[in-house]
Write a new protein. Structure first.
Length: 746
């Protein structure tokens, strides 16, 4: 009882400290005072155009990217997906739906469309029938293409001359302070089902609607129930998100919620665009599958003709000369008939898309598609709204839907932008929550008549939730009994069994942090920190965690982590940006920063608002175990008190985190690991064959044996003390060489 009382007191103090911190500094600088837009759609459109033009100027046209490692990964209807190794900065990565050209080494040019961008990959869609796949190519992208189309849409809106009433609610932030909305924070929490049902019902009421869904509170389930409610009312619904992966999640949940509803079976609910992760649920709302359900005879005939085409091709290759003409004629007839059926299928698919009652797609496609843009939607639902480019969302609002509903979390990641021009930053660095006044300092979401807030979370263990409540959510969240029990079970995994929260100090390893050698990058990496993260990840996986995510703010470190854990089942690596929307049993957060850097980067403290959001995302991905690796000495000496990283660690300690040095963690042995640790360089080098070994252990000098083994001194200094790691595998060796070779540190 006393322990629980102490826990509550610490919680109250931490939350109070969080409020003081959060509201003691303003939101991001907004530049010049904007126009008073209430009732002034034309002025808004002109200002938006100026911001879009400034962003286009910073984006550039015809950017060229070298890509390699090309291979076919999937076939989707009439397109083939090519995947390439493409380490791209999130701020420079072309968005989904961006057109591109592949310039191949033989001079061939192939038209392509960007499907998705990962931390170290790029997926493109090309037309089926393209000859071969280029292992290495030059990709020419036009990131300004979508923004250029947005300018055209804004021109159309100005000519249209509407004055949507919904703009008052989006642009007049004083409305956010009016009383009404939901229950107060102090009110007794209703059941989770009642909370979600109420949020779903209000999300499709007329006007501007805001659903604040912190991590794990069932926001996607609310979105699906809201769509089901609108379908029953006979309303047309457009659901948009910023990326294909987010669209997939929303579409799958909507399909599950509607089940065998006639609207699904009839093809009136469609996921338009290219799914990144096809699934049975997504197949139910596929336009192509809906077309086949509408015309099953033609679908069966197409499949038969495809099989016959393949058979005839094989027969023709081995046929006698006398039989070839007849086989060729039959093949030609089959091909022509198949083309006709496929053309009819495409026409039916487009017709279904044009007439669908519910369309789930990317925001980019909603702007690019003439049929989607020109429709007058009753309800527009914007998912993951904190990451959505504000001008695109406002353009949809200017189309004058009856309901404009935003769902997401203003404490998660903001939109990506490029320009530093004040007017571009005003429109591209801010999100819908900020624009609507929902993220203003001192704003009370429970008194906002437009808003519904979800409070019961179903993802994280209680201690992890306590940390988030103290650092980001001001005591808002409550933990359901299911994740509470699951968190206790998962916390038993090594290291530090029974602790949901673990802080590992890498200071004793003497870790070093280097700049990413990639031209134009300001990313960072640390060999020893990555080796330790991979070791801990493998131990977590071996001791009860089915999924372990190694996350870092830096792409360079994630490439290193990805190589280290590639062969470890259940362990994956991701930047924090890419991890938003995901979750894992355990999260190992690698802060990376250490000497000889002079201080934190933009991602870890140089921009406190961004760093705070990144840490919030990282922490909230963990279901039951959160392990944070950092150089405590560096953070203490080089970052100011109250910085996001220091506040996170202090809060974790307040809520009972186990604090351990890296050395004792390495002494815990749990199952097979990707890294072998030794006490000295001599021991490590003795474990490797002498053939092909490099001269010595100075600086970042790798010790590579036949390109299958690497020894890295954890101290990364001339014969420094501390543990030494030995790892095997050509992939790891190549990644180490790639990162270490141009640092100038060795």
């Amino acid at each position: 009882m006393v322990a629980e009382l102490g826990r509550c007191v610490r919680m109250m103090l931490a939350c109070l400290g969080c409020r003081v911190h959060r509201y003691s500094h303003p939101m991001e600088e907004e530049g010049p005072t904007r126009l008073p837009f209430a009732g002034g759609a034309r002025e808004l459109i002109r200002d938006l155009r100026a911001g879009v033009r400034a962003e286009i100027a910073a984006t550039g046209v015809g950017e060229r990217l070298q890509v390699e490692g090309g291979r076919e990964v999937a076939r989707r209807g009439a397109t083939v997906w090519w995947s390439y190794d493409g380490p791209l900065d999130p701020a420079a990565a072309p968005p989904a739906e961006t057109p591109a050209r592949m310039l191949l080494s033989d001079g061939t040019e192939v038209a392509a469309t960007v499907v998705a961008v990962g931390d170290d990959s790029l997926t493109l869609a090309v037309e089926d029938g393209t000859n071969g796949i280029a292992d290495v190519a030059e990709l020419v992208v036009d990131p300004s293409f979508i923004l250029g189309r947005l300018l055209e849409r804004l021109d159309d809106l100005e000519l249209r001359g509407d004055e949507p009433a919904i703009l008052d609610e989006l642009l007049d932030t004083e409305l956010a302070g009016e009383s009404g909305g939901g229950m107060s924070l102090e009110a007794e929490l209703i059941s989770a089902d009642e909370e979600q049902e109420r949020a779903a019902r209000l999300a499709v009421e007329p006007g501007l609607r805001i659903t604040w869904g912190p991590p794990g509170t069932g926001k996607t389930r609310v979105l699906a129930r809201a769509v089901a409610t609108a379908v029953e009312r006979g309303a047309s619904v457009l659901v948009v998100a910023h990326a294909n992966a987010a669209v997939d999640v929303a579409a799958a949940r909507i399909a599950m919620e509607l089940g065998d509803h006639p609207a699904v079976n009839d093809g009136r609910v469609l996921r338009v665009g290219t799914p990144v992760h096809p699934s049975e649920e997504l197949a139910a709302v596929s336009p192509s599958a809906a077309a086949d359900r509408n015309n099953p005879v033609a679908a069966a005939e197409r499949e038969q003709l495809r099989s016959r085409r393949a058979e005839l091709s094989d027969q023709l290759r081995s046929a006698a000369i006398a039989d070839r003409d007849a086989l060729a004629a039959e093949l030609d007839a089959a091909v022509r008939q198949l083309r006709r059926l496929e053309r009819d299928h495409r026409d039916l698919t487009r017709s279904l898309e044009d007439e669908a009652q519910v369309v789930i797609t990317t925001l980019s496609r909603a702007v690019l598609s003439e049929s989607l843009w020109s429709r007058d939607w009753d309800v527009v639902l914007v998912d993951e709204a904190s990451m959505v480019p504000l001008p695109m969302a406002l353009a949809l609002a200017l189309r004058n839907p009856t309901t404009f509903s935003i769902l997401g979390d203003p404490r998660q990641l903001p939109p990506v932008h490029r320009s530093d021009d004040p007017i571009a930053r005003h429109w591209f660095a801010r999100d819908l929550f900020v624009q609507a006044g929902f993220a203003e300092p001192g704003h009370d979401p429970f008194r906002d008549p437009r808003a519904t807030t979800l409070r019961m979370q179903f993802r994280m263990g209680e201690s992890i939730c306590d940390v988030l409540n103290a650092t980001a959510y001001d005591g808002l969240l409550r933990t359901h009994s299911i994740p509470r029990r699951r968190g206790i079970r998962l916390a038993e995994a090594s290291p530090c069994p029974a602790a949901e929260l673990v802080v590992v100090d890498t200071s004793g390893l003497g870790s070093r942090c280097w700049d990413d050698p990639e031209s134009g990058s300001w990313s960072r990496w640390s060999p020893s920190s990555g080796l330790l993260a991979a070791t801990i990840g493998a131990r977590l996986a071996a001791s009860g965690c089915e999924s372990v995510a190694l996350v870092s703010p830096y792409r360079a470190q994630v490439r290193w982590l990805g190589a280290l854990c590639a062969a470890v089942p259940g362990v994956s690596a991701s930047t924090i940006h890419r991890m938003q929307g995901g979750e894992a049993d355990a999260v190992v957060l690698d802060i990376v920063d250490s000497s000889p850097r002079s201080g934190p980067s933009v991602l870890t403290g140089g921009d406190p608002e961004l760093a705070e959001r990144l840490l919030t995302v990282a922490v909230s991905r963990a279901r039951g175990k959160l392990v944070v690796l950092l150089d405590r000495r560096f953070v203490h000496d080089r970052t100011p008190a109250g910085s996001p990283v220091r506040r996170l660690i202090d809060t974790m300690v307040d809520f009972g985190a186990d604090e351990v040095d890296a050395g004792p963690v390495l002494n815990e042995r749990t199952g097979p690991e990707p890294v072998s640790w030794f006490d000295t360089w001599d021991d490590a080098l003795g474990a490797l064959s002498t053939e092909g070994r490099s001269a010595g252990p100075g600086g970042l000098q790798p010790c590579v044996v036949a390109d299958t083994g690497v020894a890295v001194g954890a101290a990364e200094q001339d014969n420094g003390g501390g543990a030494v790691a030995v790892i095997n595998g050509a992939l790891i060796a190549r990644q180490f060489r790639r990162l270490a070779g141009a640092t100038g540190a060795g």
